[in-house]
Design a protein around this ligand. Sequence first.
Ligand code: PEP
Ligand code: MG
Length: 756
Amino acid sequence: MRDMASGPRVLLKRLRELMAEAIEPQERLDRIVHDIAQNMVAEVCSLYVLRADSVLELYATEGLKRESVHLAQLKLGEGLVGTIAASARALNLSEAQQHPAFAYLPETGEEIYNSFLGVPVLRAGRTLGVLVVQNRTQRQYRDDEVEALETAAMVIAEMIAAGELTRLTRPGLELDLRRPVSFTGNSFNEGIGLGHVVLHEPRIVVTNLFNEDSDEEMRRLEAALGSLRLSIDDMLSRRDVAFEGEHRAVLEAYRMFANDQGWVRRLDEAVRNGLTAEAAVEKVQSDMRARMMHMTDPYLRERMSDFDDLANRLLRMLLGRSPDDVAAALPKDAIVVARSMGAAELLDYPREKLRGLVLEDGAATSHVVIVARAMGIPVAGQVKGAVSMSENSDAIIVDGDEGVIHLRPQSDLEAAYAEKVRFRARRQELYRELRKKPSDSKDGVHVDLLMNAGLAVDLPQLNESGAAGIGLFRTELQFMVASTFPRAEAQEGLYRDVLDAAQGKPVTFRTIDIGGDKILPYFKNIAHEENPALGWRAIRLTLDRPGLLRTQIRALLKAAGGRELRLMLPMVTVLSEVAQAREIIDKEVRHLSRFAHHLPTRLKLGAMLEVPALLWQLDELMQAVDFVSVGSNDLFQFVMAVDRGNTQLADRFDTLSVPFLRVLKQIADAGARNHTQVTLCGELAGKPISAMALIGLGFRSISMSPASIGPVKAMLTELPVEELTKFFDENLAGNAANLPMRALLQAFADDRGIPL
Ligand code: PEP
Ligand code: MG
């Protein structure tokens, strides 16, 4: 009886020799199909490769007519071969002609063959081609034969991915792997980046495919699986995980998968058939990914991503690979492509090499995006499919303005974008010029243009942008990128650096605004909340944990010794919260003065206006504080009852609609009435059209991301404020709720040549 394992093993050994030989690609393919046919006792073995125009072209055959090579072709989805490619599933048929999809290619002479086994040539879940064996007799191919053919297909996939077949491609045609593709997601940060793909947590490329000794390889696989299970158990037993519902659920799923008998059996089988442990992981994963790709159930697709992560972990364990190796090999124009990412992980990449970020998930206000914005790199988010369609070092363009990416772009597109980048550079030059000019409107109204910041990396932008100061310093970012609570000294150190960098320009520090979507993994007290945006966050949380607030206030008071300190409280809902915070501040001031500390020369306390309840106590609010800053991101979220992180709703309601503009006007009016300074520091301040509206409504101070200062200033210098004020007086009052305000404002600007 034939030894079940020897067939595939002999074949793999043969393929390994063939891969190592210095021969032309066509000859290598010819010999591969010849040897597969021989090994599997098949009369025919053919390889079809998927081209960029969705045609499967015959690249090599043993048994069919030689002259049909590079001529015989099928469309994706057409015939048996096209069906296999489209579904990424094998077909094993004893009577091929009976199959409804059968379409015969007369030029190949294949009509005399009855049995048919075809498998997709897969790499990282993408179909690159189809490998087929055929016999005259009516037979069903055994499982080990299917396995052998799949493994051979994997070898061919590596050949295709390595670019070996490009030389065999006729002029004007391209292989599917090199096909230019574009994906549309959402704009998370403006800007254009041209560069090369760096897959975050890149799929590890397995180059050592065949094992020398399967028993030894089985031991390696077992050992790696053992450590994988241990590491997951370890993560699950950590106390912080126990508090986070979702995180825990993912890890639980990982644990289940790591013990999944089906998965482990398939891995074992692949190793027994001659693959190395890492090649086995890659193969099983690729098969599974290809199958799951066609599933529409979002739950199953999400689980697939978990499986991907798990397989990657296992590969890393087998290869003993550290993340540092990845950073060292970074191209100088890296565009990081990731499914999702933590803020700290992005900071691991050297800024000078980063040209952009592409995320399959994420929201415009997620931490990683806030950090990316601070770093000034373009970001496209919610770009589904970006990871699986990218290969490391593929050329890529990120259009952060439109939320679009172009993978492997054609040269004309690349040239157009390069021109766009040059145009932007010229505009940046213009903004640099503007930096020296006063930030006054055309009719001489002064407006303070401030910048938002939160990390030490932001500080150089203060000079580069020409901002008048920092209108919002998000102190929680230091907490968010740390792995434990930053110590008092570290907090004080950062605040001092910020004030030093500001060189006397005003800086408004906001006390930590955590909770909601800003989770500190090491802060274990936040229980699962049904509505975290409305939950225990910001000032509510810090008043309940006064130790946290006290430490921070003390650090701020010390850092600002001899200078002015502007302190701002997030998410104030009722005025007693301001009073309570003031008590804590006063106590700290008394404490420090008792120990003869150098105190701030002046202390100003402000409240953020984010909760609508404050709109019905505006005059009292203005009297209770030294300044008010509108957090338009949260205020809009609460006024419109629309989750700021929900991309499905992102464009549903307009920030420049009449109701919201009326809210903003009420706030500006109350500030003027009470002689209390009012600023706005949400995203709204950073878009020239909405910044224009704010100024027309009466705001004389706005704070935005540093990159927005130039465009907003360019708008301001051309803006006749008085005319716009009049426009609002006429258009916001009365029966105006349905006026298309954005379009009217655009027309206002166009008529006057105001650049938006
Ligand atoms: C806001 O809500 O507008 C704001 C500036 O605060 P954050 O975005 O940090 O919540
Ligand atoms: Mg806010």
